[in-house]
Design a protein around this ligand. Sequence first.
Ligand code: SAH
Ligand code: SF4
Ligand code: F3S
Length: 441
Amino acid sequence: MADAPKKLHIKTYGCQMNVYDSERMAEAMGGEGYVLTDDVAEADMVLLNTCHIREKAAEKVYSDLGRLRPFKEAKPDLKIGVAGCVAQAEGEEIQRRMPLVDLVVGSQNYHRLPAMVKAVDAGEKPVDTEFPAEDKFDHLPQRPVSARPTAFLTVQEGCDKFCAFCVVPYTRGSEISRPVSKVLSEAQKLVDKGVREITLLGQNVNGYHGEGPDGDWGLGRLVRELARIEGLERIRYTTSHPNDMDDDLIAAHGEEPKLMPYLHLPVQSGSDRILKAMNRKHSAEAYIRLIEKIRAARPDMMLSGDFIVGFPGETDQDFEDTLALIREVRYGAAFSFKYSARPGTPAADRPPVEAAIADQRLQALQALVTEQQRAAQLAMVGREVSVLFEKPGRLPGQWVGKSDYLQAVHVAGEGIGPGSLRRVRITASAPNSLAGELTAG
Ligand code: SAH
Ligand code: SF4
Ligand code: F3S
């Protein structure tokens, strides 16, 4: 009799790249006879794919590990693994703090996971956080876990920018771009499985410079080539750095209809003094000029950004400069964070801004951004957009999809299913979603 499949529960923290990596780890473990489960109680293995970006995110991992203790006591051969950026940053320290952890696998070593699980079976407690010479993607199986209309595809990983607050250059290593041929073949396989929208991922995705058939290709050229894949209807990419936004990529936004008019372009602060202290290597003015150039190529571009408040040394005036920049840019969405000192980063030793002041600034910034987001949503009413439907909504006959501008849209109508791409007239707006109806066309 064949063994019943073993069950793997994965919890993913942090950014989209971790979401992509979790899928790849599920595929790798699928080759070892594991199937996914949402239920920790029935799992034979639990994998936490972690994020180290802010202290809260990293500490959450330890409280979640504590919560696994009763499951391990009930089932002593339950395997517990820690992957991702906390694994990369803290390595064996994790097992010292939490002895119930069986294995620690760094972000570049996922292809070694099956071998590590065998080592656990042999009574070892493996830790692998080396940056290996080989490419993990070459050693991971290519079998998408489930067919969905949208997918992530990592094209670039790592970061050489060393912003003074950020752990990513240490947890993901230096910038590496995957070769053009590998990206194209992975994209083709996804499309063959029914994927219609691909979001290209990288910590500095617009800094992509992959090996092509005739030398290095930038992201603009890669996007244009991907757009030739029949059946692939939409292309997005994230996250970008302002200094890597080159003319070819900007031009592609004006020329390539499959490239969606939504761009996440973090600036972090609107104060030149703080930008310099953050080592961002551009001014607020340069960022605003860049946005103008992008909007000249694609006037309906929806922008989103990331902001940090309370960076060491930030004065009231610096913060006012950030609000002024937000007013000038007019974002469709923005993500804002209170500065969190991260061990090993250059800013960690600098005297912090008082917590109460940082809290106040965060609230003020979020109020402004919420106002802008509402205005952007409201401005959609009466407009016609395309919507790629993903899943049924809560009401009978209703479906939920994403507009070109990445807004959630609820529609009830005939003949909609997962992967339908339809024209929709927006009829109503709520803070976080839109409602619409199918148009005749
Ligand atoms: N590679 C991306 C973002 C990485 S982290 C980029 O360059 O934009 C996502 C966001 O987390 C950052 O844009 C920043 O706003 C925030 N962040 C990073 N480190 C942080 C820290 N130490 N404290 C608070 N927020 C931080
Ligand atoms: Fe971190 Fe800066 Fe690199 Fe983004 S560009 S990952 S914020 S160091
Ligand atoms: Fe977090 Fe690592 Fe992503 S630190 S934001 S999971 S790159």
